[in-house]
Design a protein around this ligand. Structure first.
Ligand code: BEZ
Ligand code: FE
Length: 287
């Protein structure tokens, strides 16, 4: 004789089945996932129509994804899940530079450039120098950190979104023995996340702004320190208080100070007005 199944039994039964996973971590994660999914369905009293719409949405997210576009990661970004996971996994000291999302536009293997070399290399825009020192928690310089830098152009497009043969607006710089770095590039602008897929469709049904404030991405690596994935944001930029992926943090906002044509921080010169941003990155030691 079969026992009558009531909704609570379905949840317990499904969780118990997934709890048989041989890897204990998989068992824990899957049991929690089952319980939270079931609670969600109960809380909103999910209809069959809504369930089917959700399934179709997931299928379309898969169909629009390519090796250069991941609609599921974008969904995670706009739901705040990506930033939450970053925060759960990078509980740095208060003095350390905070981590943010990597985003979908990082490309491995950027060219290595010298101190102050131009990673824009002819891409139109207002010249921008970013300088500073890589430091430890006590403020002491960290020698020789590797800075992997990437950004959108003055139209808001990343290399990964364009058909280009050469590296564009991305480079690696090595900090000096005194921890100093100098990036030459162009000023980025704010841009919209891709809106032509299922994530965009959902966002269009809300009052959510689909823009990110103007920023430059950094990944810093130095032996003995936790890798740091972060951004620098332009002070005063639109959308700083409504970043669609929740990445903007006060500690990462820097002034882009206008400079007249003349000498630049790398010992060279710029023939047109340019911008100067200064920021010291503080790395978290690996304990
Ligand atoms: C980015 O900053 O490049 C980015 C991050 C998350 C979603 C879309 C873009
Ligand atoms: Fe970005």
């Amino acid at each position: 004789m079969h026992r009558q199944l009531v909704p609570e039994d379905i949840t317990d039964l499904a969780a118990a089945r997934w709890g048989t996973a041989r890897d204990p971590r998989v068992a824990d994660v899957m049991q929690a996932l089952v319980r939270h999914l079931h609670d969600f369905a109960r809380e909103v009293r999910l209809t069959e129509y809504e369930w089917a719409a959700g399934m179709r949405w997931l299928v379309r997210a898969g169909q629009i994804s390519t090796d250069k576009r991941d609609e599921f990661i974008l969904a995670s970004d706009v739901l705040g899940l990506s930033m939450l996971v970053v925060e759960l996994n990078h509980r740095f000291d208060q003095r350390a530079t905070p981590a943010t999302v990597l985003g979908p536009f990082h490309i491995d293997g950027s060219p290595q450039l010298r101190y102050g070399s131009d990673m824009a290399d002819g891409v139109p825009g207002v010249p921008l120098y970013i300088t500073g020192t890589v430091r430890d928690l006590d403020g002491e310089p960290v020698a020789g950190a590797l800075l992997d830098v990437w950004q959108a152009d003055a139209e808001g497009a990343y290399e990964a979104q364009l058909e280009v043969a050469e590296a564009r607006l991305r480079a690696k710089y090595t900090a000096t023995a005194e921890g100093a770095y100098c990036v030459r590039t162009i000023a980025p602008i704010g841009y919209t996340i891709p809106m032509d897929g299922p994530v965009g469709e959902l966002i269009s049904r809300t009052e959510i702004s689909h823009y990110r404030p103007a920023h430059i991405h950094f990944r810093l690596d130095a032996p003995g320190y936790a890798p740091l994935v972060t951004h620098l944001f332009r002070e005063g930029a639109p959308y700083l208080d409504s970043d669609v992926v929740f990445g903007a943090k006060a500690e990462l906002v820097v002034e882009f100070r206008p400079r007249e044509p003349g000498p630049t921080p790398d010992g060279g010169a710029c023939g047109v007005p340019w911008l100067l941003a200064n920021h010291d990155f503080v790395l978290q030691p690996i304990s």
